[in-house]
Design a protein around this ligand. Structure first.
Ligand SMILES: [Zn+2]
Length: 151
């Protein structure tokens, strides 16, 4: 992936994930693919998103980006990180005293992440939620896919 867009897209992904969690109580995206023009995040979700909800997600993400928040990274032991973030998806072999990188987007989001980020949300540009679709699965839930751009 190009260095030109990936930190922006990826930091926007953090803000999108936190916005989805706080608006709908779902989990963070379980799968994401960041590419120029067709970045996407998949969520376990119970139903389709309405267009009004999609617009509200876009509005909230841009509201947070426009706060020009610093993005910081901090190494800490897994045992300490567990008090701050969900570490359940980290590899099981990670020792309790292993160092984990915690990434904060201002006061808005915190998670464990090894990706590349911008230093400030002012570098992200404008977030656009391009499309969303829903694929039901057999157990009554489904997968919500959100496609977005940040530039
Ligand atoms: Zn990250």
């Amino acid at each position: 992936m190009s260095k030109d867009y990936d930190p922006q897209m990826h930091t926007a992904e953090h803000i999108l994930n936190r916005t989805m969690v706080s608006m709908f109580g779902c989990g963070r995206s379980f799968s994401s693919h960041l590419n120029p023009g067709k970045s996407k995040c998949d969520y376990h979700f119970p139903r389709p998103l309405s267009d009004a909800e999609a617009q509200e997600v876009e509005r909230r993400v841009n509201e947070q980006i426009s706060r020009h928040m610093p993005v910081s990274e901090e190494m800490m032991p897994r045992s300490a990180a567990a008090a701050l973030v969900d570490v359940s998806r980290l590899p099981a072999g990670v020792a309790p005293d292993a160092q984990i990188r915690i990434v904060r987007v201002g006061d808005y989001d915190i998670c464990a992440c090894i990706g590349a980020h911008v230093k400030n949300t002012s570098e992200i540009g404008r977030f656009r939620l391009v499309s969303h679709d829903f694929t039901p699965d057999a157990d009554g839930g489904g997968i919500l896919r959100i496609r977005f751009k940040a530039s």
